[in-house]
Design a protein around this ligand. Structure first.
Ligand SMILES: [Zn+2]
Length: 451
């Protein structure tokens, strides 16, 4: 039951879309417990941002609709130390928040009962900086917000780092809906996750009506040109490229509709209402509904990999970073199959190479299901789990295997999952027992024998 106060607070909440679709069951992350707060569930983020490239100044207003998971007397969010808080209100009343390190601690005048909601507004400004944590990914130089000498900016963050540009519950088990508006100077454009909802003046609007985990949110600002296309079933697609990247990269991103058609045949309907690619200076990331790729990553098989993540990772999200293999094993395996269908390489070529390097990757970074936290996103979480999927395929046969992948996504889209829920579901669905096979491939320090 709601208390009267929480009912009033709930009534005071007016956010676009259906906030309950942003409802999650957050848990503490066992791999990176310093980020995220399992006591709260953010249902919706409304971000109004202004980027001034000449001064690298970000000014923002974040409207968060927060649900208490249990009774709480404060709301603690992740929020970068480089940003200055100008004002915080809770249910319309100004409060004095503390901002130690990368935390924002917002006091509540009276405790919030479990399941009650409250609207929190944070106004802030500053010159954003990437996360200070040591960066160990080879494909992403720094985590979070970055800008270049010309004032172009981009923010990519996995496993965490969204806190470098907005106050956030920065862990994968708390997904939320988003409305993002970014103002940029004339001649510039701003791209975020979600569906492009149009431009008013020089403010770019982006809307996510399906749950988004913070690590697949996106901020980019550059002198982009915008190209429109149509995907399977008329899905609107947009491409955003800087003039200097168009000659070489536009022909590759224009392959997206064909890649999506191929993916739909194997994985079932594309799970979102729009798709896109934005070309940034650094990295490749499956940011939701708007894949981010640097020119150095722009190959069709990489587009296929990041698009496969829209099914595996974005529609169905790992509950904690322990199960990163639920993303990368599937995207990697689908990428191999795409390449086998479109290039001179065969699936067997990929499998042979993978078997040759899997043992070394396990030695360097740990088994894929129990990787070393300081080796996030290393090859071990891609290769071994992809080989495991191939073993499952051999037992099920092609038709049942792809039908199983389709059903996994269709039955779990909009949720977070883990190894236990995957294995329980897989066994029930197929009538076979894959428990030992999955545990062995995810936990063994050496490459399991193949059948
Ligand atoms: Zn991936």
């Amino acid at each position: 039951m709601h208390s009267i106060i929480s009912l009033l607070l709930t009534a005071a909440v007016a956010v676009p879309g259906v906030p309950d679709k942003g409802r999650s069951e957050p848990v503490a992350d066992p791999v990176y417990p310093a980020y995220g707060n399992p006591a709260i569930d953010v249902l919706h983020y409304g971000l109004r941002l202004d980027w001034k490239p000449s001064r690298r100044l970000l000014t923002g207003t974040a409207l968060l609709t927060v649900r208490a998971v249990k009774k709480i007397d404060k709301i603690t969010l992740d929020f970068g130390r480089a940003l200055r808080v100008d004002e915080v209100t809770v249910a319309g009343t100004r409060v004095v928040a503390r901002h130690p390190g990368d935390d924002l601690v917002i006091p509540l005048r009276s405790p919030l009962e479990a399941d009650a909601r409250v609207r929190v507004v944070v106004r802030y400004h500053g010159v954003p900086e990437p996360a200070r944590t040591r960066q160990y990914r080879s494909d992403m130089k720094r985590l979070g917000f970055r800008s270049a000498a010309d004032g172009s900016a981009w923010a990519l963050q996995e496993p965490y780092g969204a806190f470098t540009w907005f106050p956030v519950n920065d862990q994968p088990s708390d997904e939320a809906l988003y409305d993002v508006a970014i103002k940029v100077p004339r001649g510039w454009a701003a791209v975020a996750h979600g569906r492009f909802a149009g431009r008013k003046g020089n403010t770019y609007h982006w809307r996510s009506t399906e749950p988004v985990a913070s690590y697949v949110t996106l901020f980019t600002a550059d002198r982009y040109r915008h190209f429109a296309a149509k995907g399977p079933r008329g899905i609107p697609i947009t491409y955003w490229l800087n003039k200097r990247d168009q000659t070489e990269n536009l022909p590759v991103v224009r392959q997206t509709p064909g890649i999506l058609r191929w993916l739909e045949k194997r994985l079932g309907p594309y799970p979102f209402s729009s798709a896109g690619v934005v070309v940034t200076s650094d990295s490749g990331m499956e940011t939701q509904q708007m894949v981010t790729l640097a020119p150095s990553f722009l190959r069709p098989e990489v587009v296929a990999h990041e698009m496969a993540h829209q099914w595996f990772g974005n529609a169905v999200t790992p509950r904690t970073w322990r199960d990163l293999w639920l993303n990368e094993g599937f995207a990697e395996y689908i990428e191999w199959q795409w390449a086998a269908d479109h290039t001179a390489e065969t699936l067997e070529d990929y499998l042979t190479e993978a078997r040759e390097i899997d043992g070394r990757l396990r030695r360097e970074s740990g088994p894929p299901g129990r990787y070393t936290p300081g080796r996030f996103g290393a090859g071990n979480v891609y290769i071994g789990p992809a080989l495991m999927l191939h073993e499952i395929r051999k037992r099920l046969g092609d038709e049942r295997f792809f039908a199983t992948l389709r059903a996994w996504v269709q039955e779990h889209r909009g949720t977070t999952q883990d190894r236990a829920s995957f294995v329980t579901w897989l066994n029930a669905r197929t009538g076979e027992d894959f428990t030992a096979l999955v545990d062995q491939w995810l936990d063994s320090p050496t490459t399991p024998a193949t059948t």
